[in-house]
Design a protein around this ligand. Structure first.
Ligand SMILES: C[S@@+](CC[C@H](N)C(=O)[O-])C[C@H]1O[C@@H](n2cnc3c(N)ncnc32)[C@H](O)[C@@H]1O
Length: 235
């Protein structure tokens, strides 16, 4: 039996219907992460990805929650947008680096479908790896991929032609020793949780839209920027 967590009732409802249609045994839990209401050590495998980490305000807390959920020797698999991909323009002739974003920025405003207007947190690849290690997991594999995990229809971006990283995958494992309890890490102190920007984040309810697979527009609540929320460069 699989269990899936998402704080959107719209998304979980669509996924529940899809699982039923396919005859898959999956329980969907509506809850905010980190802080999954699932018991310690319940998972052989935790998967997260395709546009999930950008919503995590406290990445270290997310990694600790994952480590808590894994049984000893259980695995974490992440398949996500490459953090650098936020910098690529979607120009068709050649890829350009957007002047209004920074790889080392705290966050940026998504200005394309489907997340248009939402604030996404910017985590570097190093930060992602370090929170996983600091949560007590062993890194088994890290790969960068030229193919984005999703191509919006009707767009042909030169940045997706194979020269630039657009996605990454990560496989990590919890220790086999049952006695080992993941310890809060010390590797992530450069840029810990986005607490300093959090007070500026507004969570406003939006009307649930039609559920489209892979479409975060359907989320019931999403952060909206206030003026000065992001350190936007050149705008
Ligand atoms: C782009 S979708 C990715 C969905 C899924 N991982 C997939 O592969 O299709 C992002 C999802 O994250 C959910 N989400 C965002 N922030 C969350 C949070 N803090 N806790 C739980 N779910 C969250 C949204 O409701 C949305 O359904």
């Amino acid at each position: 039996m699989s269990e899936a967590v998402d704080y959107s009732a719209v998304t979980t409802g669509a996924a529940r219907r899809r699982a039923a249609a396919l005859g898959l045994a999956c329980r969907y839990v509506v809850a905010e992460l980190p802080g999954a209401p699932l018991r310690d050590g319940c998972a052989d495998l935790v998967y997260t990805g395709k546009g999930a980490l950008i919503w995590m305000r406290d990445l270290a807390a997310w990694a600790r929650d994952v480590a808590r959920l894994l049984r000893p020797a259980g695995h974490l698999f992440v398949y996500e947008a490459h953090p650098a991909a936020a910098l690529w323009s979607w120009d068709a002739d050649e890829p350009r680096i957007r002047a209004d974003r920074s790889y080392f920025g705290d966050c940026f405003v998504n200005d394309t479908f489907p997340g248009n207007g939402a604030v996404e947190f910017q985590w570097t690849l190093g930060e992602i790896v370090n929170v996983v290690l600091a949560a007590g997991l062993e890194l088994l594999h890290l790969a960068e991929h030229p193919e984005p995990f999703w191509r919006p229809g009707g767009i042909t971006a030169a940045a997706w032609s194979g020269r630039l990283p657009n996605a990454f995958s990560l496989l990590a494992r919890r220790s086999r020793q049952t006695s080992q309890h993941p310890q809060p890490g010390r590797l992530h102190e450069d840029r810990p949780a986005r607490d300093r920007v959090a007070p500026h984040v507004h969570l406003i309810p939006v009307e649930p839209g039609p559920a489209v697979v892979g479409d975060p527009v359907g989320v019931q609540q999403r952060p909206r920027p206030q003026q000065g929320f992001c350190r936007r460069i050149g705008s």
